[in-house]
Design a protein around this ligand. Structure first.
Ligand code: NAP
Length: 281
């Protein structure tokens, strides 16, 4: 048995009590025989910096960062990984020799789930992203890097989509639209929901034309039952629609690798989370 003090990690967000990250990292640690703890840290926006610095000062080794702190974490980190720099957002903080490093593993996690776990190609495909917030910014670089045929970014607030297009101009072309402007477009090959629309009970505000029998729909959100977007996509005849459990586990695995230098096997962990909600992806 390992008698030494375990290394401390955690996730900081608001709210954060619902997070599955402690379970995921506990399963990774068991699987790879790493001696660590992983805790939930709830911090309101005004408390974020104090919470992070306090955790580091108490010997903490790393933190995942979730809604609404990813941009604040980007501002706080002294050293940045290339994905974090591109996305302008940080979801993984590492305390090392008195310096704070920021990485973003959301994009890698998304692409691994989509292409490796689910076997979906993006090269040459017509891809639609709904939403232009932090999560959308994380997944755009790997999609453009993966050679999408056409990338359309639609958002409720068009100015935000314009800003994102400008931010990524050097990486590739992005067409932008309001949701209603998508009506009449041929169905997309891949439709990704990166909005939080529908999570408060309202119907997702997208025209039904964007999905068809050959469309693959990926919801970054996840829940115990169907998410509103998955239910909406099925109702509108999408070929397949899945929730973001795989991305959640893959982005966590990449954070774990950054911190511990060991790559956990994600498949049994994804299976355990999906079994926990009754079996279907
Ligand atoms: P965010 O930065 O707050 O962005 C929210 C986005 O949703 C914005 O584009 C916003 O549009 C849009 N939106 C919110 N309410 C809407 C409504 N009623 N109608 C239409 N659009 C609406 O959030 P985020 O960090 O990008 O996260 C987005 C989603 O991805 C969340 O559900 C989050 O849980 C999920 N996520 C999952 C993973 C994973 O590992 N599976 C990782 C990261 C994020 P406006 O610009 O018009 O406000």
């Amino acid at each position: 048995m390992n008698e030494s003090t375990p290394d401390r990690y955690g996730v900081v967000g608001f709210p954060v009590h619902h997070s599955r990250s402690p379970l995921i990292h506990r399963l990774f640690a068991q699987q790879t025989a790493q001696h660590l703890t992983y805790e939930l840290i709830e911090a309101e926006p005004g408390e974020f910096e104090v919470a992070v610095r306090g955790f580091g000062a108490a010997g903490g080794r790393g933190l995942n960062v979730t809604v609404p702190h990813k941009e604040a974490a980007f501002e706080l980190a002294k050293d940045l990984g290339s994905e974090a720099r591109e996305a302008g957002a940080v979801n993984t903080l590492t305390f090392k020799a008195g310096r704070l490093r920021g990485d973003n593993t959301d994009g890698i996690g998304f692409l691994r789930d989509l292409t490796q776990n689910l076997g979906r190609a993006v090269e040459g495909r017509r891809v639609l992203i709904l939403g232009a917030g932090g999560a959308a910014r994380g997944i755009i670089p790997p999609l453009l890097g993966g050679g999408v045929g056409r990338l359309v970014l639609a958002n409720r607030t068009i100015e935000r989509a314009e800003q994102v297009r400008e931010q990524f101009r050097s990486l590739g072309a992005i067409d932008i639209a309001r949701f209603d402007e998508l009506a009449g477009e041929p169905a997309f090959d891949v439709v990704i929901n990166a909005t939080s629309a529908g999570l408060r009970g309202e119907r997702p505000p997208f025209p039904g034309d964007i999905v068809g029998p050959d469309s693959f729909c990926y919801d970054l959100a996840y829940s115990r039952g169907d998410t509103p977007f998955v239910a909406w996509a099925s109702e509108h005849g999408a070929g397949e629609a899945v929730q973001g459990w795989g991305m959640l586990v893959e982005q966590a695995a990449e954070s774990f690798y950054i911190w511990r230098g060991v790559r956990p096997d994600t498949a049994p962990v994804i299976r355990e989370l999906i079994d926990g909600r009754g079996g279907a992806r």
